[in-house]
Design a protein around this ligand. Structure first.
Ligand code: NI
Length: 156
């Protein structure tokens, strides 16, 4: 396993639509391992493959309940609304309040190719929406409402 560099806001890959994974081969396994290591090293809650310059539909996250890996994740269902602070490892130093669904259900595959579903609210729901957005070239800053725009220092 190795820590990979995280691309930042101006990198064009962050605006591209990621490709589905057709076959979970050794390279995908290595990528999954590296994504987890990179996310933990950066003290992030989630990471999408595009953030380590790999244009594939893979996300990893850990909202405090252990590592989850999702290949080809799809938003199946959602409800409600939450409004709160969000940040991104690719946009260091910026946090802003944005709207998200309060609850979501997502389907994807694990590293063994098994179809899995995850559902959750609050932080988990926010994380899932944020990471899936990355696979479609969307950044959380796209949702910032102008009147609420604020730039904070790196102090956390
Ligand atoms: Ni992000």
């Amino acid at each position: 396993m190795s820590i990979r560099p995280i691309v930042t806001q101006d990198h064009p890959i962050l605006r591209m639509v990621a490709e589905p994974i057709a076959q979970i081969d050794d390279a995908v396994m290595v990528l999954l391992n590296d994504m987890a290591e990179t996310m933990y090293a950066a003290e992030g809650v989630g990471l999408a493959a595009v953030q380590v310059n790999e244009l594939y539909r893979i996300i990893v996250y850990d909202v405090g309940e252990g590592l989850v890996e999702l290949i080809n994740p799809v938003l199946l269902d959602y409800r409600g609304e939450q409004y709160g602070p969000e940040g991104c490892l690719s946009i260091p130093g910026l946090h802003a309040d944005i709207r998200r669904y309060e609850w979501v259900r997502v389907q994807g595959q694990d590293r063994f190719g098994q179809t899995i579903e995850v559902e959750g609210e609050e932080l988990l729901a926010r994380c899932l929406q944020h990471e899936i957005d990355h696979l479609n070239g969307i950044l959380f800053i796209d949702y910032i409402e102008e009147e609420n725009f604020s730039v904070e220092s790196l102090a956390e």
